[in-house]
Design a protein around this ligand. Structure first.
Ligand code: FRU
Length: 493
C-alpha cells in the first residue's frame, strides 16, 4: 500500500488499477482530447487487452473514464487509432452527428495457441456520443490477415489531397499502406522499410503525418516506427523516417538517406522509457501532438508497483528541423503545461566543482519544470544529480568532451528488476562540443523527461527511489561556466 502512494505519478496519467501499455485511439473533438490505452484491468501484468479511456481538456490533466472496448470472439483489442469522420464516409453517423471511428487490431489468442500464423487482423468500432459508448462493426474484421504473423497497430488519417483514408500498419519488419473511401474496405498500396533504419526487433505502432520544415514552406512526411527490442539504449524505442508521400507510396528523402548512412536510425527519444509514441487526430491549428507509454518491454511488467503499472509520457508537440546533417524531429512539452506553473525561482550560478541548484524548501521536485541554461561551457562533464536524503540519485547531464548526453539510474533506489533497467548507462550522442546549452526538465515523482536544446534530443526515464527525490545539484570538472535556472512548481492535482 505504501509503495502505491510512493510511486504513483503526480501528473502523468496512470490507471487507477491494472496494467497499461500503448496509448491508442488518440483524437480531439469538441474541446476534449481522448486517449485510449492498452489495458488489462484484472491484473498488473500484460493480459487480455481492452481499450481503457482517459480524457483531457489540455493534454496535461487527465481523467480516467470507463473502459471503452472489451475483447470479443475475434480476439483481444490491440493497439490502433481513432479518427473523426467529418464527412460521415463510414455512414455510421448522420448529418448532425460525426462518428468517431476506432481502427484497431484483433489479436486472436485461440489461433495463437493453435500455432496459426493468421492471428492478427484489423477491426473497427464507432461512437456517436464522444466515446461514451462504442459499437463494433458487424462485418469485422475489415482487413484480414494476409499470412504475416505480426500484422498490427493501424494508424489511420484523412489524406485531404486525395480525399481518401490512409492506414499505415506494422507488418513485422516493414510498414504497409492501405487506402479506403469508407473505413470499411481497404486496398493495399505499397510497403516501406524492409532494409531501412533500425531492425533490431519487430516493427510496431507506426504513424505517418506531414510537417512543415521549420522556417520554410516545404512540407515533408514523417513516418514514425516503434521498434521492440532494438532501441538505442536497449529494448523498446521509437524511430522516424523523413520523406514524401503521394497517397500511395512513402519515398525516403535523399538528405535523410545520407543521415541514415551515418546513424543507422533516427530516434525520437533516446531514453529507455518512451515507447509506442503516436499522434493525435484532428488537433486544432494543425498542431502535431504525440504521447507515448513511459516504460519499456524489458522490465515494464516487473517495476515495483502492485495495484497498477505504467503511465504515459508528457504529451509533446513535434516539429521538423533541417540541418546540414539531416532532419531532426524535435519534441517539446505541450504549451498547456505552462498554465500549471505556480511558484517560480530564478538563479544565476557561477559554477564551482559542486553546486546546490534547487533545495527542498524552494521547489517540490516531485512536480516541477526546470529551465537550465549553461553558458561559457568547456570540454568537460556537467553532471546533474536529482537526489534524496538516503543518498539515492538519478545522475544525468552532458559530457561535453566525449560529446554525449547521459542518464544513470544505477543508484536511484529500487533497480533490481527486469532486464537492462539500470545498466548500461543511457547515452545519446551529440555532434559537437557546446559552448551553450539549454535543458528543460519535466520532473514527476517517478520520472524525468530531459529536453535538450528545444527538444533536439530527448531522454525520458522512470525511477523508483525509496524516498522521493527532493534536491538538485550539479558537479563539474570544468571551470568558468555559469548556469541560469528557472525552476517552476507545477500545481496539478
Ligand atoms: C506495442 C504492442 C503492440 C500491440 C500491443 C499489445 O507495445 O506490442 O504492437 O498492439 O502492444 O498490447
Amino acid at each position: 500500500k505504501k509503495e502505491e502512494q510512493l510511486y504513483r505519478p503526480n501528473f502523468h496519467f496512470s490507471p487507477k488499477k491494472g496494467w497499461m501499455n500503448d496509448p491508442n485511439g488518440l483524437y480531439y473533438k469538441d474541446g476534449v482530447y481522448h486517449l485510449f490505452f492498452q489495458h488489462y484491468p484484472d491484473g498488473n501484468k500484460w493480459g487480455p487487452m481492452h481499450w481503457g479511456h482517459v480524457t483531457s481538456k489540455d493534454l496535461v490533466k487527465w481523467e480516467e473514464q470507463p473502459i471503452a472496448l472489451y475483447p470479443d470472439d475475434l480476439g483481444y483489442i490491440f493497439s490502433g487509432s481513432a479518427v473523426v469522420d467529418k464527412n460521415n464516409t463510414s455512414s455510421f453517423g448522420d448529418s448532425k452527428n460525426n462518428p468517431v471511428v476506432a481502427v484497431y487490431t484483433y489479436h486472436n489468442p485461440n489461433r495463437e495457441k493453435d500455432g496459426k500464423i493468421d492471428v492478427e487482423s484489423q477491426g473497427i468500432a464507432y461512437s456517436l456520443d464522444n466515446s461514451k459508448t462504442w459499437t463494433k462493426y458487424s462485418a469485422n474484421p475489415v482487413l484480414k490477415n494476409p499470412g504475416i504473423r505480426d500484422f498490427r497497430d493501424p494508424k489511420v488519417f484523412w489524406d485531404s489531397k486525395r480525399q481518401q483514408w490512409i492506414m499505415v500498419l506494422a507488418a513485422q519488419d516493414r510498414t504497409h499502406f492501405y487506402a479506403s473511401k469508407n473505413l470499411k474496405e481497404w486496398a493495399f498500396q505499397s510497403e516501406f522499410g524492409k532494409d531501412l533504419g533500425g531492425h533490431g526487433g519487430v516493427w510496431e505502432c507506426p504513424d505517418l503525418f506531414p510537417l512543415k520544415v521549420e522556417g520554410t514552406n516545404e512540407e515533408k512526411w514523417v513516418l514514425i516506427v516503434n521498434i521492440n527490442p532494438g532501441g538505442p539504449n536497449n529494448g523498446s524505442a521509437g524511430q522516424y523516417f523523413v520523406g514524401d508521400f503521394d497517397g500511395k507510396t512513402f519515398k525516403i528523402d535523399e538528405h535523410f538517406t545520407k543521415q541514415l548512412q551515418k546513424e543507422k536510425a533516427a530516434w525520437l527519444d533516446w531514453g529507455k522509457d518512451n515507447y509506442a509514441s503516436v499522434s493525435f487526430d484532428n488537433v486544432p491549428q494543425g498542431k502535431r501532438v504525440i504521447i507515448g507509454w513511459m516504460s519499456n518491454w524489458e522490465y515494464a511488467q516487473e517495476v515495483p508497483t502492485e495495484a497498477w503499472r505504467s503511465s504515459t509520457t508528457m504529451a509533446r508537440e513535434v516539429s521538423l528541423k533541417k540541418t546540414k546533417d539531416g532532419y531532426i524531429l524535435k519534441n517539446i512539452p505541450v504549451a498547456g503545461l505552462k498554465n500549471y506553473q505556480g511558484k517560480s525561482i530564478r538563479k544565476k550560478i557561477n559554477l564551482k566543482a559542486e553546486n546546490k541548484l534547487v533545495s527542498p524548501s524552494e521547489i517540490d521536485l516531485t512536480k516541477a519544470v526546470l529551465d537550465l541554461n549553461l553558458k561559457k561551457m568547456t570540454a568537460g562533464t556537467y553532471s546533474f544529480s536529482l537526489k534524496n536524503s538516503l543518498g539515492e540519485e538519478v545522475v544525468f547531464g552532458i559530457d561535453n568532451k566525449t560529446k554525449e548526453l547521459f542518464v544513470d539510474r544505477s543508484k536511484s533506489g529500487k533497480t533490481d528488476f527486469g532486464k537492462n533497467y539500470s545498466t548500461p548507462v543511457t547515452k545519446a550522442p551529440l555532434n559537437q562540443i557546446y559552448s551553450e546549452a539549454k535543458i528543460k526538465l519535466v520532473i514527476d515523482k517517478t520520472s524525468i523527461e530531459i529536453f535538450f536544446n528545444d527538444g533536439e534530443k530527448v531522454l525520458t526515464e522512470i525511477f523508483f527511489p525509496n524516498e522521493n527525490f527532493s534536491e538538485l545539484t550539479l558537479s563539474t570538472d570544468t571551470k568558468g561556466s555559469s548556469l541560469n535556472i528557472d525552476a517552476h512548481q507545477l500545481d496539478i492535482k
